[in-house]
Structures are given as structure tokens and as C-alpha cells.
Design a protein around this ligand. Structure first.
Ligand code: NAD
Ligand code: KPL
Length: 305
């Protein structure tokens, strides 16, 4: 039997990956928070994927983090702010040389996990796929996209990319994954906070053209100073293109706030502002945007870190 995929986090992306891998016969183990969550999961028939309006249920095996089974391959599908603590509880199960695939958006959590696990291979991922939960143990595949994977320290692609191909998970091994993550972070910084503050869909930012342009200029300066000139290239045009192409959508941060969920601010705008401070770069509009967003979240009782 091929090496099992352990999946940590039975949320939107974790379920999207688990169901597609299980569908093609790859062994999958879903790691749930604790015995109570496992009991709730085992009371049902498994994980359900809704694609093109059709629901299919897959009987993926669940387990708790503390069982004494070794883990060779771990897909980390938690939010950025949960990744380190979620991994800590099963760290002792990771075999030397275990491979982790980190699906977190933004930057900061990946390096923290890699520092926590010096004996593991940490593969960073950046995904444009979209999914949301419409019930317990159920996920709707909302946006078909692509996942880029890469390991800046060891550029050779792993053999298990074949599992992704078999599972129909569109992907590409990327030699410049960190650049991709910076580019996505910059896009998210230029769009998501403003959609929260103006309470609008992405397309609503067409009415705030100057503010977006100013932020893009500062983000471009930051990317260049951080040694990421490729991520900075034509940033403003790309942001305008995304605003136009996703005009009818609400950004992920808007949706988090609308549902009173914690945002990943520290790994997006917070990370950008910290990087600017490290480089003694003064970016007044970006810093003011961060302060406005922190105030906005705090006023609604949401974590601002
Ligand atoms: P989610 O909140 O739907 O799922 C995260 C899951 O992790 C939850 O079920 C949570 O209970 C679980 N979890 C947290 N701590 C845990 C622990 N200690 N043990 C076990 N489980 C634990 O989040 P998501 O939307 O799937 O996002 C995951 C990451 O992927 C985020 O960084 C997000 O920005 C990124 N992302 C999501 C999408 C999307 O469409 N959902 C798209 C691209 C990127
Ligand atoms: O990724 C996004 C998000 O909503 O998080 C886009 C659509 C690019 C907006 O920043």
C-alpha cells in the first residue's frame, strides 16, 4: 500500500483534498481535534464533497492526534494562526524526514513551522482553489483553480506528486514558491482589508481607485526591498485585473469578518508591516491601513493579531 496522507484540519481545504485523494484510492487519515470530534465524525458516513451540485460521500478514516502511529506525510490544512499548535500535538509521531505540505495563506506561519521541525521537509503551497463548508463534514468546491507547491531548500520534486495527478488536483511544482506566496500576499493586502473597511465586494474597490493605486505603489516598494522584484512586477495592473475578474465576489477576509471568524491579518497585512519595519521602510498608507483594520476588528470583538 502507498504511504498514507495524514490530513490535519477537517475544514474547507482539508476536506477538499481528503475527498479527492480518497476518491482515487489513495490511503487518507483525517486527524481530528480530539475524541469528541472523532465520535461526531464517526457517527456519520464520512466526508462529503459537493462538486457541480452533486454530493458524494467518502468513508475516510478519522483519528485523534495522540495515537501512536507514525506519520510520513502530513497535509497541514489549518488556518495560519493554528498551524504551529496543531502540529505540536502530533510532532512526536513524525518520522525523521517526514514531509509536510503547508497550505496556509500569507507568510510567517510556514517559516515558524519549518523552525519548529528541523528534521522534516516542509513544502510550501499556494492555492487559488476555493471551497467552503455548507454543513458538518461537508464541503462545496466553489472555485476551480491551481495549487503551486515548492521547497526553496530542496528543489527536487517529490514522487507523491503522482498522487495529486491521480486525484485530479491541478498542481505545479514551483521553483519560486516564496515569490508566489509574496505575490499572493501583496494582492491580498491591496484588496482584502479595503473590502472589509468599505464593506464591499471586490468590485466595489473600483470606486477607490486612488487608494488601491497608492497601496500598490507601497507594496511594490516593499517587495523590491525584500528581494522579491519578480513578485513586484506590474502589481497594480494585476490587482486591477483581479478586482475586475472577481468583482462580484466577497474577499476571504470580508467573509471571515461577516461570519465573526478570526482573520489571518497577522500573516498578511501584519506580516507586510513587520517586514517594512525590519527594513526601516516607511510605508504610511500600508501602516495606516493596518491600524484602521486592527481598530475595525477590535471594535467587533475579533482578534487583531
Ligand atoms: P477552515 O477554517 O475551513 O479549516 C481549518 C480546520 O482546521 C478547521 O476544521 C479547524 O477545526 C481545524 N483545526 C484547527 N486547529 C486544529 C487542531 N489543533 N487539530 C485538528 N484540527 C484543527 O480553513 P480553510 O478555509 O480550509 O483554510 C485553511 C488554509 O488554507 C488557510 O490558511 C486559508 O487562508 C487557506 N486557503 C483557503 C482557501 C479556501 O477556499 N477555503 C483557499 C485558498 C487558501
Ligand atoms: O485571494 C483572494 C481572497 O479573497 O482572499 C482574492 C480574490 C485574490 C482577493 O484578494
Amino acid at each position: 500500500m502507498s504511504t498514507p496522507w495524514h490530513i490535519l484540519g477537517a475544514g474547507s481545504l482539508g476536506t477538499l483534498w481528503a475527498t479527492r485523494l480518497a476518491r482515487c484510492g489513495v490511503p487518507v487519515r483525517l486527524i481530528l481535534r480530539d475524541a469528541a470530534r472523532l465520535a461526531s465524525y464517526n457517527a456519520g458516513a464520512g466526508l462529503t464533497l459537493v462538486e457541480h451540485g452533486i454530493a458524494q460521500t467518502y468513508p475516510v478514516t478519522g483519528e485523534t492526534p495522540d495515537i501512536p502511529e507514525p506519520i510520513h506525510r502530513l497535509l497541514v490544512a489549518c488556518k495560519a494562526y493554528d498551524a504551529q499548535s496543531a502540529i505540536a500535538q502530533l510532532q512526536y509521531r513524525l518520522v525523521p524526514g517526514a514531509e509536510l505540505i503547508l497550505l496556509q495563506n500569507g507568510l510567517g506561519s510556514q517559516d515558524a513551522v519549518a523552525a519548529q521541525l528541523p528534521q522534516a521537509r516542509c513544502i510550501f503551497a499556494s492555492s487559488t482553489e476555493g471551497a467552503f463548508r455548507d454543513g458538518e463534514w461537508r464541503v462545496v468546491f466553489a472555485g476551480h483553480g491551481y495549487t503551486w507547491l515548492g521547497d526553496a531548500a530542496h528543489p527536487a520534486p517529490p514522487q507523491w506528486l503522482e498522487d495529486l495527478r491521480a486525484a485530479g488536483i491541478p498542481h505545479e511544482w514551483s521553483a519560486d514558491i516564496v515569490t508566489r506566496l509574496w505575490r499572493k500576499l501583496a494582492l491580498n493586502c491591496a484588496i482584502n482589508p479595503l473590502t472589509v473597511l468599505y464593506q464591499c465586494r471586490n468590485g466595489g474597490l473600483q470606486d477607490h481607485h486612488c487608494e488601491v493605486a497608492t497601496l500598490c505603489a507601497e507594496l511594490t516598494e516593499l517587495l523590491e526591498r525584500c528581494g522579491q522584484p519578480a513578485a513586484a512586477e506590474d502589481l497594480h495592473s494585476e490587482v486591477q485585473r483581479v478586482i475586475h475578474a472577481t468583482a462580484a465576489n466577497y474577499s476571504s477576509m470580508y467573509q471571515d469578518v461577516a461570519n465573526a471568524r478570526r482573520t489571518e491579518i497577522s500573516y498578511l497585512l501584519g506580516y507586510a508591516c513587520q517586514a517594512a519595519a525590519r527594513h526601516q521602510l516607511v510605508l504610511p498608507h500600508l501602516q495606516q491601513l493596518h491600524a484602521r483594520l486592527v481598530d475595525y476588528l477590535s471594535a467587533r470583538g475579533l482578534a487583531s493579531h
